[in-house]
Write a protein that binds this ligand. Structure first.
Ligand code: DNO
Length: 349
């Protein structure tokens, strides 16, 4: 396992030197943030970012993410040009030597929460989600204050996109994913890049638009679309774990044994009702994810890829980017490092 940490480049208030000081972290997860979605990423800029990371004593382990343009997800005529551009970026990653690409296929929105400041019993605050609250958001005014990872859309653009998706059959979205993978995975394969689809977060439809990467059957379907080791998954415990039907240790074992888990996002959540959850500290005792069981499954199945702590709470007065401050993610990383070490010492006795 290679312990990694997500870093947002120039926009990130956390210096790379601080990342280097978290015990065990040797890999950085990052991206180019200045390019419009759909444009190819220049190899030179990726190489410069990689050099900067190396100068700080780490390596550029994962690109998270190259966003997939909505026209690709919708299967619009411009998709062929956009897929060609995507493939160019993947090729550049290979040339620069970045081995893993985390991406998602969620329509319109990436991760979604309904509150970014839910107070936990210890006085820290965390991100949370409640389907009833979500249903009261008014999207007719655009993405506005939506508390998620929402690209900003004006009302007209958003209305158009929502209309296009709400009339879309789920199988059509699958077809569009297949069309994308059939063209990009062979390029990734020859470039030495492993693609790792991120599950939908949360893993159910929101605002009446479909979400398809939700459970073991869906992940199985994804890896079967193009049967290549370059076509894999990001195993995100927080995203998959909010659905009580997802048996995480079993899924971790099955997909790691297939050699298809190329990246692990490890964070914990507490389910607080039907389609309601709050993010918690990483250790097992705080949430519904049995982290020890998940890491045991990964380890026993030979997982050796990058792993990162995921969203952190706001603690110790830090005012960072929601979910992505330094302190709690560093605690999470240290917890994962210790847990993994404990599992390895088991093998030596
Ligand atoms: C949330 C992240 C996701 C992830 C994308 C990958 O914090 O895990 O936003 O980066 O879904 O494309």
């Amino acid at each position: 396992m290679e312990l990694t940490f997500r870093w947002f480049g120039n926009e990130d208030p956390i210096p790379l030197d601080y990342v280097r000081q978290i015990p065990g972290v040797r890999g950085v997860v990052s991206a180019l943030y200045d390019f419009p979605i759909g444009e190819p990423w220049p190899r030179d800029e990726l190489a410069q970012l990689a050099e900067r990371i190396e100068a700080a004593g780490m390596r550029f382990a994962v690109v998270e993410s190259i966003p997939v343009h909505e026209d690709i997800k919708l299967g619009r005529p411009s998709r062929d040009r956009l897929i060609d551009n995507y493939a160019l970026s993947v090729r550049s990653m290979g040339e620069v030597g970045i081995p893993v690409l985390c991406y998602n296929f969620m329509p319109v929105f990436d991760w979604m929460r309904t509150d970014l400041d839910t107070r936990l019993p210890d006085g820290s605050t965390a991100l949370s989600y409640d389907d009833d609250t979500l249903s009261r958001f008014d999207l007719s005014q655009g993405t506005g204050e939506l508390p998620g990872w929402a690209k900003a859309y004006d009302p007209a653009a958003l209305t158009g996109l929502l209309a296009a998706y709400s009339s879309m059959d789920v199988e059509h979205l699958w077809d569009n994913l297949a069309y994308f993978l059939e063209r990009v995975v062979p390029v990734a394969d020859s470039a030495g890049v492993r693609m790792a689809i991120h599950p939908d977060d949360p893993p159910w439809p929101i605002f009446g638009i479909p979400r398809i990467i939700t459970n073991a059957a869906a992940l199985d379907r994804v890896v079967g679309i193009v049967d290549s080791p370059a076509n894999g998954i990001t195993f995100c415990t927080g995203s998959l774990g909010v659905d009580p039907l997802n048996d995480l240790p079993r899924m971790a074992r099955d997909f790691a044994e297939m050699g298809r888990i190329h990246f692990a996002h490890c964070r914990n959540i507490r389910r607080t009702g039907n389609r309601k959850f709050v993010e918690t500290p990483h250790p097992s005792e705080y949430g519904d994810v049995d982290m020890r069981a998940v890491l045991t499954a990964l380890r026993d199945s030979g997982f050796s890829g990058p792993m990162r702590s995921d969203h952190g709470r706001r603690i110790w007065g830090e005012r960072g980017r929601p979910g992505y401050g330094l302190y709690d993610r560093a605690l999470g990383a240290t917890y994962l490092h210790g847990l993994w070490e404990g599992l390895s010492s088991r093998e030596n006795t």
